[in-house]
Design a protein around this ligand. Structure first.
Ligand code: HPA
Length: 267
């Protein structure tokens, strides 16, 4: 296995092609917590490969993150790479591990990546628990970046306007918002949440931004979708709980699955 993260992604892509018996793939979806149950709506499962069979991957530590890569043939006959689970900085992973799935997908020929996550809502005045929100932009407060060196990537449009317009054609009622990422694993304090509201954030979570940056570096088109699973800390009074996040995912799986399947078939 290579020490260079880009070479390692190439090795993982070669192992994936061999395991799936396919030369190329059209789209990748990263299923965040709460989104894994929605994966079943995407199409027919061609194969499932445990992450641990692919160079550079490790099994995710979090409940609700499945830990395998599913290859799906969609209704329109496209091949989707569905990551049932992802790695996070808070698991003690280095940033190259966190973005390895996206780099592997790019090396396997994918041109579009759909990043999903569960998020706390920073605007409970207008957001409902269980609603999907299109990510329009992000604020990276993880302190990390997947790119090292003098590669000054433009991030003016991380989340593709074209793909957002496509989702709005399918679901005209869907809201857009700015996703803020903290490293976690603690949830935020109410003071941090007040700060993030002032800074222009609409959603708070612990993933997605690093993968989105790596995807842009690889030239992929990115669609980001959050599922609002709770009002952010201090906005509703209740303590936050990971089980609540998973529960909202189970309750909305059918709706999110239909949305994703429609998006994938119209890419
Ligand atoms: N904060 C951070 N991450 C989250 C939250 C939250 O409130 N809800 C789901 N993921």
């Amino acid at each position: 296995m290579s020490n260079d993260p880009y070479t390692l992604a190439g090795e993982a892509a070669a192992a994936l092609r061999a395991a799936a018996g396919l030369e190329s793939f059209d789209v990748a979806l990263v299923m965040g917590s709460g989104w894994v149950p929605a994966a079943d709506a995407l199409g027919e499962t061609v194969s499932e490969i445990p992450f641990t069979d692919l160079p550079g991957f490790s099994a995710p530590a979090v409940a609700g993150h499945g830990g395998k890569l599913r290859v799906v043939r969609t209704g329109a006959g496209r091949h989707a790479l569905v990551f049932l689970g992802r790695s996070h900085l808070y698991e003690g992973r280095v940033v190259d591990s966190v973005v390895h799935g996206v780099r592997t997908a790019a090396a396997a020929g994918v041109r579009t990546v759909i990043l999903t996550n569960a998020a706390g809502g920073l605007r409970p005045e207008t957001q409902q628990v269980g609603d999907p929100v299109l990510i329009s932009d992000h604020i990276n407060m993880t302190g990390a970046n997947p790119i090292t060196g003098t590669t000054f990537i433009d991030l003016t449009e991380v989340y593709s306007k074209r793909l957002r317009a496509l989702v709005r054609e399918i679901d005209p009622a869907i809201a857009e918002g700015v996703y803020v990422a903290f490293r976690g694993p603690t949830y935020e304090t109410p003071a941090e949440i007040r700060m993030l509201r002032t800074l222009g954030g609409d959603l708070i979570g612990m993933s997605t931004v690093l993968e989105a940056i790596a995807a842009r570096e690889a030239g992929l088109e990115v669609l980001g979708l959050s599922l609002v699973t709770n009002p952010a800390a201090g906005l509703a009074g209740d303590p936050l709980d990971h089980e609540e996040v998973l529960q909202v995912g189970r309750a909305t799986a059918a709706r999110m699955g239909v949305l994703l399947a429609k998006v994938v078939d119209r890419l």
